[in-house]
Design a protein around this ligand. Structure first.
Ligand code: SF4
Length: 387
């Protein structure tokens, strides 16, 4: 509950949760379905708009509940059509959502936490430390707002977002209790009706929660790999020290039994002189083919590799790999039969690194100082370094 409100935020409920809450008001499930459709399909922000609900029910709702979205701090539109929103989540924290239009689909990248505790070395959000988990309502509010804002801008009732990736700020699997109802709302035919194949949870590798997601709500899975061996991944993704590659790959294999796609997407951020050498591409091939020290007991993991150009930010001390090195790296993977894509950089004129805008808000509120004290500093061995 934010802003001191005692009203229940209906954005926090998946359909079963809303039905249970409506039952407490003496209302049948079909009323909850109507209400849910008004909220998510029509984007109603006010109970007075819900014309097919009895006036007595609308009055009851107004006295007990609200539709509390996020306050927009800024909206930036790139020349290539990318839109980036910065939302205020209180306490000097902000989170980002990004809409990326493509010829055949519209993708929304949303955040699951204010800050992040994982602390990946190449991530601006990770450098800000962790503030708090978002609620289900705050996760869903990003899609609710963006979908209906884009419809209004297009003067259309057609769906604008048909692909959601949980790749914004935060580690979604470290906010599992809020994540699963949010995914359920996205997938519900009375909500956004998105295909399971088009809702992607991106994780840095929280092994036990990947197994739980497989049981509870198997959406498409993207795993942030970023290194072909444990020694380097320990430095880039500190969570690797807890869940090393052998465990991570084994859980990815298990996930495929329930996954909506027959492959796992591995994300690999290309860092100049750190993880982008041809020998590292070869090691990566061995890793996903079940032929490296880390994967010998696991076997092959059917996968796609997504190579991501690094978005430099000053505190990282890292640089983007030159384009030709990325292409050479991709070729090694492709020659080994691994489907490999190089992510296009989008919205460069507005976006900078993910988390950077939110970091600037934190700077203004001095939160960074508090968070910086928690930051662990681990030197990265860059190829060619004497150290
Ligand atoms: S890359 Fe993801 S998991 Fe790692 S610090 Fe950034 S937000 Fe957290």
């Amino acid at each position: 509950m934010t802003g001191g409100s005692t009203l229940v935020n209906l954005l926090d409920f998946d359909l079963d949760g809303l039905a249970a809450w409506c039952e407490g008001l003496g209302e049948k499930r079909f009323r909850a379905v109507q209400l849910f459709r008004w909220i998510h399909q029509k984007g109603a922000a006010d109970f007075a708009q819900m014309s097919d609900l009895a006036k007595s029910l609308r009055d009851k709702l107004s006295g007990a509940a609200e539709l509390r979205g996020l306050q927009v701090i800024s909206e930036q539109r790139s020349a290539d059509g990318t839109v980036k929103w910065l939302f205020d989540v209180g306490g000097g924290n902000a989170v980002e959502s990004v809409f990326i239009p493509e010829d055949d689909r519209g993708t929304l990248c949303i955040s699951s936490q204010a800050g992040c505790a994982v602390g990946c070395r190449f991530c601006s959000t990770g450098h800000q430390g962790f503030s708090r988990n978002l609620t289900t309502g705050e996760i869903v509010a990003q899609l609710w707002f963006a979908e209906h804002r884009l419809r209004a801008a297009a003067n259309s009732q057609e769906r604008q977002i048909d692909n959601v990736v949980m790749m914004g700020m935060g580690e979604p699997l470290q906010n599992y209790a809020a994540l699963v109802p949010a995914l359920t709302i996205m997938l519900d035919d009375h909500g956004y009706g998105l295909s399971r194949r088009r809702v992607t949870v991106s994780t840095s590798g929280v092994v036990p929660m990947i197994d739980r997601l497989r049981e509870d709500c198997p959406a498409a899975l993207a795993v942030s790999l970023h290194a072909p061996d444990d020694a380097l991944r320990d430095q880039l993704v500190p969570l690797n020290r807890k869940y090393p590659l052998a465990e991570l790959l084994a859980t990815c294999r298990r996930y495929l039994d329930a996954a909506p796609r027959d492959f796992i997407t591995f994300e690999y951020c290309m860092l100049d002189g750190v993880n982008d050498a041809p020998e590292q591409a070869q090691e990566l091939v061995r890793l996903v083919s079940g032929q490296s020290a880390a994967s010998r007991g696991v076997g092959r993991v059917p996968c796609k590799l997504n190579l991501i150009p690094f978005n430099p930010f000053p505190a990282s001390g890292l640089k983007r790999s030159p384009r030709e090195r990325v292409i050479a790296f991709a070729k090694v993977l492709q020659d080994a039969g691994i489907v490999t894509t190089i992510r296009k950089t989008r919205g460069d004129d507005i976006a900078a690194a993910c988390g950077q805008l939110a970091g600037e808000v934190q700077d203004r509120t001095n939160a960074r100082e508090r968070l910086a004290r928690r930051r662990e500093t681990i030197p990265i061995a860059v190829a060619g370094d004497a150290a």
